[in-house]
Ligand binder design. Structure first.
Ligand code: NDP
Length: 338
């Protein structure tokens, strides 16, 4: 940041997620504002800038990076573009909040982390779920011993992909499509965060239930074994219209039942269950998940702490997702390598 009052954010990618969540989250902070947007198509960039009140628009990453008002870039292009765009941004000295999955392969994600470390810029991964008060509360209660030793977890994250998003996710493996890189990667981060444990081994089956094309999967179920011995099961899909989401952790002394918590909305409830007794946990205020992420990222840029979801967290979640992908292809159990 120069002598300006606010941290300037540049959007790499004229995306749906920036339009529907992130622009508001960035502009809603007292210390940041979106100042520029880049799209590979100049007409789209111009239209998107006008529609979203963004002062500058560009048709190349280099042009956006040359704007001295840009301190941070938020990368939300298709997943195949994240690495090359992050590399240019970090080398230009810009901090980076990158969408998940960081990359298509684990080795690319590791390189991205190294690039940012060498450039001394902050790197965050935009996993939203851990920003929710529901997930933060589950983690806190587990750490406080409310359920004793966590033994098992279940993640219900099967949704119906909104028609406006039924594009590259369902059609293009090369762009990073498929439900595993889209949703399972979020489950992995949510479990790592809630349990403060590392996934060690996975096994999974995927399916094509009518939406995904070519070789892509639109549904997956699997199991993960964690370092502590905890077993987790997960179900992710783009094809389920009538279900609620959930995250449940079963411990030796009690269980935490999260209802409607695998969501982008600031909502959901947490129950503490002991035997037949179920008591709702008071969560206080629900804060917008993306605002919470941006608030912490801005602080990290100012040297106050780390992003709420770091680059390392993005590597860890991708390690699980790529292992799940490999297991669905090979039919084998796959060790998670970080
Ligand atoms: P979009 O499909 O909206 O945008 C991705 C890219 O596709 C854009 O950068 C744009 O390229 C191109 N594009 C978009 N619309 C059009 C169009 N009408 N015509 C031509 N090209 C178009 O992607 P999403 O917003 O759904 O996802 C972007 C990233 O964000 C992904 O990495 C995804 O995984 C992540 N994501 C994260 C979420 C979260 O909660 N953390 C939720 C949703 C997505 P260009 O900019 O060059 O024009």
């Amino acid at each position: 940041m120069t002598d300006r009052q606010k941290i300037g954010w540049g959007l790499i990618g004229a995306s749906d997620i920036a339009k529907t969540r992130m622009i508001e989250a960035i502009n809603g902070q007292p210390d940041s504002a979106v100042v520029a947007v880049m799209s590979a198509n100049e007409e789209r960039a111009k239209h998107y800038a006008a529609e979203n009140g963004i002062a500058h628009y560009y048709a190349s990453v280099d042009a956006l990076l040359a704007n001295p008002d840009v301190d941070v870039v938020y990368i939300s292009t298709t997943n195949d573009r994240h690495k090359s765009e992050l590399t240019l941004a970090a080398k230009a000295g810009k901090h980076v909040l990158c969408e998940k999955p960081l990359a298509l392969t684990l080795s690319d994600a590791r390189e991205m982390l190294e690039t940012c470390q060498q450039a001394h810029v902050v790197l965050g991964t935009n996993h939203h779920l851990r920003n929710a008060v529901t997930h933060r509360t589950v983690r806190r209660l587990i750490k406080e011993g409310a359920i004793g030793k966590p033994l098992a977890a279940r993640v219900f994250h099967a949704v119906y992909l909104p028609p406006r998003l039924q594009g590259w996710r369902l059609q293009k493996r090369e762009a990073g499509g498929g439900v595993i890189l889209d949703i399972t990667v979020h489950d992995a981060d949510a479990l790592h965060f809630a349990l403060d444990d590392d996934a060690e081994e996975v096994v999974a089956l995927s399916g094509q239930q009518g939406l995904a094309q070519s070789s892509l999967e639109d549904a997956v179920m699997g199991a993960i074994r964690f370092r502590s011995g905890l077993l987790a099961q997960f179900h992710d899909a783009f094809t389920i219209k009538h279900a609620r989401t959930g995250l449940e952790v079963y411990g030796s002394e009690g269980s935490l039942i999260g209802e409607d918590v695998m969501t982008q909305e600031p909502k959901g409830r947490i129950f503490l269950q002991r035997g037949d007794q179920r008591e709702e946990v008071d969560l206080g205020e629900h804060e917008n998940l993306y605002a919470h992420q941006v608030r912490h990222f801005n602080a990290a840029v100012k040297g106050q702490g780390a992003p709420f979801t770091t680059g390392e967290d993005g590597v860890r979640s991708l390690a699980v997702a790529t292992a799940v992908l490999e297991s669905t292809k090979s039919g084998q159990r796959v060790a998670v390598r970080y």
